[in-house]
Write a protein that binds this ligand. Structure first.
Ligand code: NAD
Ligand code: ZN
Ligand code: ZN
Length: 347
């Protein structure tokens, strides 16, 4: 089968020919129909060898953690899915048994590190290939008639954006405001989720005019170019109070500082972007009663809810499609911020 692998640290991923894997007991072989490229892939693509080792990542690694496919074969004793069924992959694999996993929050599995469990495409072999092994049918969610191509960006971009929005729903009431920083794969879905699930003013922030035009088209009430004056302009749009919720899908030092500077008293700052910025938190920092959290992917419950929202027509991913051979070009475009919505590879 064809697969795209990171084989040498900090080199362009390569298209290679590999044997089709055989599902072992309890496993599922997926024939991949679509796989999304995520900005988090650069955490692997840009990382030197020593750091990859410390992250527990060994090369070569088949990339791709946003996966939809059809069930091609079942390992011995596997049940719960049938051959030919189209399914979406729940990527943040946990142990399935700890107290968080029991609650559906496999993204926060407390035994993941102890057991050395890595998500597909971010440590375990991923889905940027014609076939992919899935450790358990538990990780596969039926689409219920949703277009399989549309489902691809929901598996991470949609799930992570929904998880971030859902955390703050109690603070997103009438008269309120939310800021979305970074209108890329995650952010363009967050704008739609905020419009569909809340009555607040949605303010979108990006460095690119094209992304701001996209945000307006998806329902953002106001758009702001990201610069030193953004926080002040958010205050002007919110009667000087600041916004109740800031969703930062960039997460660099400058954007987390922007988030801290424009969040209202008692609001939420949620950092989903992996830009490694840090926001100091104290008694009155960034303001009284502000809750600051990082979020990682989403729960199994969130995932089924995201799929239901898409089935209900309130969430539509913008996407560009690419062949496996075009993955390096698609990553270049993603790095340059030129993908509108999500890049989805069709193996
Ligand atoms: P993307 O490249 O599709 O989108 C990023 C957007 O941010 C682009 O539109 C870009 O123009 C914009 N941007 C860049 N710098 C900016 C700035 N200073 N101010 C405002 N906007 C800016 O990326 P994506 O795949 O949507 O991922 C977004 C971030 O979320 C990445 O850091 C990624 O690693 C991370 N991520 C986190 C999770 C999670 O579970 N927390 C899941 C997926 C991705
Ligand atoms: Zn991702
Ligand atoms: Zn667990």
């Amino acid at each position: 089968m064809k697969a795209v692998q990171l084989r040498t640290p900090r080199r362009t991923p390569e298209l290679v020919e590999l044997p089709v894997p055989r599902p072992g007991p309890g496993q599922v072989l997926l024939s991949v129909t679509g796989v999304g490229l995520c900005h988090s892939d650069f955490l692997l693509l840009d990382t030197p060898a020593g750091m990859l080792r410390r992250m527990g990542v060994s090369l070569p690694l088949t990339l791709g953690h946003e996966v939809v496919g059809t069930v091609a074969a079942l390992g011995a004793g596997t049940s719960g899915v049938s051959e030919g069924e189209t399914v979406a992959l729940y990527g943040p694999w946990g142990c399935g048994r700890c107290r968080r996993c029991a609650d559906g929050a496999e993204n926060l599995c407390v035994r993941r590190e102890v057991l050395g469990i890595s998500p597909p495409g971010l440590g375990s072999p991923g889905g940027l290939a014609e076939y992919m092994l899935v450790d358990s049918p538990r990780h596969l969610v039926p689409l219920g008639g949703l277009d399989p191509l549309q489902a691809v960006p929901l598996t991470d971009a949609g799930l992570s954006a929904y998880h971030a929005v859902k955390r703050s729903l109690p603070k997103l009431g009438p008269g309120g405001a939310a800021v979305v920083i970074g209108v890329g794969g995650l952010g363009h879905l967050a704008v739609q989720l905020l419009r569909a699930l809340t009555p607040v003013q949605v303010i979108a922030v990006d460095v690119s005019e094209e992304k701001l035009t996209l945000a307006s088209g998806l329902g953002a009430h106001a758009t702001l170019v990201s610069d030193d004056s953004t926080a002040q302009r958010v205050r002007e749009l919110t009667d000087a109070t600041g916004a109740d919720v800031i969703l930062d899908f960039v997460g660099t030092q400058s954007t987390v500082e922007m988030a801290g500077a424009c969040v209202a008293t008692g609001g939420d700052v949620t950092v989903a972007g992996v830009g490694r910025g840090a926001l100091p938190v104290g008694f009155d920092t960034p303001a009284y009663g502000v809750s600051v959290a990082g979020t990682y992917w989403g729960t199994r419950t969130d995932f089924t809810e995201v799929i239901e929202l898409a089935r209900a027509g309130v969430l539509t991913a913008r996407l560009e499609t690419y062949a496996l051979q075009e993955v390096p070009r698609a990553y270049d475009r993603l790095r340059q911020g030129r993908i509108s919505g999500r890049a989805v590879v069709l193996p």
